[in-house]
Design a protein around this ligand. Structure first.
Ligand code: G3I
Length: 488
């Protein structure tokens, strides 16, 4: 909580409704400062967050975990998972053997169990994984050539149709490279070297709303052959327009691997190709605090590193349980590594993460914010300049009350002095204009997928309808078209 004295006579809006003790504090302070000032009450963007998800959200990132459906009935497990994390990956339940056990017969019961558990708690979900040499159903393992190629395409279409519009990202292709940077000699590779790009093109057509990732392990060390092999493929894809949005670095620093000194360089170099990067399956032998803090800081130092996922909750839940590689011990207590990660995340402060995607932002120049669903512009009603005026959708008209500027500090300004401002951080909080004040509730990440997320809340700009006068709010990001906008 930050209490800011402002000149009497200026209009005041409390961005949050303080609970009673806070009100008493405010009242006492009002009395103390006397007749020449009043108080504006604002959340303190620099207050330390107490969970991993909330701490990561301060910089526009997420902090996730892999979840096993079979463990959700364990209350210690589900309590920690629901409290600490805001991104969930199904550890096994969305893989090919789980989702299409017989050819043409899709089953989503376990995957949906995880999806429903997560979204009922307001958590986002990453899809893992569609095309992989491992965990193929038996019928797929026995296919080859054009039959397997078609089976892969059918599988991607079938699974992505079920989760269409629901997932933050999909690991479209998993672990397709050898350690020396050549392609892994799998049955999928046997269908032709173009199988990976076919998978990505199929995926984009199946669900244009979700981010499409290539995911692999041992690609954290920049000078390693496998890293170079994957990097060259991503560079090639970007140069030829193959649809790819992100690279997942699994970051298994177990089984003899450890944090390389050039990890941040690797993240930066991938990001420079025009993709997001994410740490997707983190675990570290004996949960070394220095390695956990180091990998977290490396992500925080790279604007397009959008989030971190650990591969399990407690040590006993890990695929490498004997190495005790996670952030919670077997009883569910926070380990020293947990604190090292939380402190690193809190140290990042409100600095936003994703840079605006090229072509959709306009730092320094005013432009329109157009809703993808409505085709209408974000508009300040009646060209009001009054603090607290709620913004709406309206037919685009080129007037100054629809002209927004994305600044280098992530503000969206209108009329030069007013900022797009979230009047709270919960679902349904109004989005209004207010005098620019540098707080996190006035900072926005313009994301590659068309969403605009509040740095303070982590929630998306959202409208419930398409007509003139429809008011804008923030709401949990859900991948729908009413949460996508273009800056032009
Ligand atoms: O559920 C069955 C159980 O009924 C049976 O009795 C038992 C016998 O072994 O197996 C159980 O299934 C196991 C499953 O995990 C659930 O525990 C599988 O054998 C086992 O192979 C499977 O391992 C998973 C592994 O992927 C398979 O490749 C791990 O849980 C999962 O953590 C791991 O995750 C992978 C990522 O997807 C990709 N990156 C590497 C990462 C770690 O290997």
């Amino acid at each position: 909580m930050k209490i800011v004295a402002v000149e009497k006579g200026k209009s005041l809006v409390a961005t949050t409704s303080p609970p009673l003790p806070r009100r008493l504090l405010v009242a006492a302070t009002v009395a103390a400062v006397g007749a020449f000032s009043a108080l504006m009450v604002m959340p303190d963007a620099n207050a330390a967050a107490s969970t991993l998800g909330a701490a990561a959200a301060q910089s526009g990132r997420y902090f996730g975990t892999a979840v096993a459906a079979s463990r959700l009935g364990d209350s210690t497990y589900s309590t920690i998972a629901g409290r600490e994390f805001n991104m969930i990956t199904a550890e096994n339940e969305m893989k090919p053997d789980a989702t299409q056990p017989q050819r043409g017969q899709f089953t989503f019961s376990s995957g949906d169990q995880i999806y429903n558990w997560a979204t009922q708690r307001g958590l986002q979900v990453r899809g893992h994984t569609l095309a992989w040499h491992a965990q193929q159903p038996g019928w797929m393992q026995n296919l080859g050539g054009s039959s397997l190629r078609q089976a892969m395409i059918d599988h991607i279409n079938g699974v992505m149709a079920h989760y269409k519009g629901k997932l933050a990202a999909w690991d479209v292709v998993n672990e397709a490279f050898n350690e020396d940077g050549s392609r892994r000699n799998s049955n999928l590779q046997g269908t032709g070297n173009d199988w990976i790009e076919v998978a990505f093109r199929t995926a984009r057509a199946a669900d244009p709303s979700t981010k499409l990732c290539y995911n692999d392990y041992n690609i954290e060390n920049w000078s390693y052959g496998k890293t170079q092999g994957v990097y060259n493929m991503i560079r090639d894809f970007k140069s030829r327009g193959v649809p790819i949005d992100c690279v997942g670095l699994q970051t298994h620093f177990t089984g003899g691997s450890s944090l390389p000194g050039n990890f941040q360089t690797t993240l930066q170099n991938f990001a420079a190709l025009g993709v997001d990067v994410a740490l997707t399956e983190v675990d570290v032998t004996n949960a070394s605090t220095s390695q956990y803090a180091g990998l977290t800081q490396a992500c925080l130092n790279v604007p397009r590193c959008i989030g971190i996922t650990v591969w399990g909750v407690r040590d006993s839940d890990s695929w490498r349980a004997s190495e005790n590689p996670l952030l919670f011990d077997r009883s569910g207590a926070k380990k020293a590594a947990y604190t090292s990660v939380l402190n690193a995340l809190n140290g990042a402060g409100p600095t936003p993460s994703s840079p605006a995607p090229s072509g959709s932002s306009n730092p320094g120049g005013a432009g329109r914010i157009v809703g993808a669903q409505s085709g209408r512009c974000i508009d300040v009603p009646s060209a009001s300049q009054t603090n607290g005026t709620r913004v709406q959708l309206y037919d685009c008209n080129g007037q100054t009350n629809q002209a927004w500027t994305l600044t280098s500090s992530r503000q969206l300004t209108v009329y030069g002095s007013r900022c797009l401002d979230a009047a709270g951080s919960g679902n349904g909080a109004a989005v209004q204009i207010y005098a620019c004040n540098g707080q996190a509730n006035q900072q926005w990440n313009v994301n590659a997928n068309g969403t605009i997320t509040g740095v303070q809340s982590g929630r998306c700009l959202d409208v419930w309808g398409t007509g003139n006068g429809q008011q804008v709010q923030i709401y949990d990001c859900n991948g729908q078209a009413n949460q996508r906008f273009s800056l032009s």
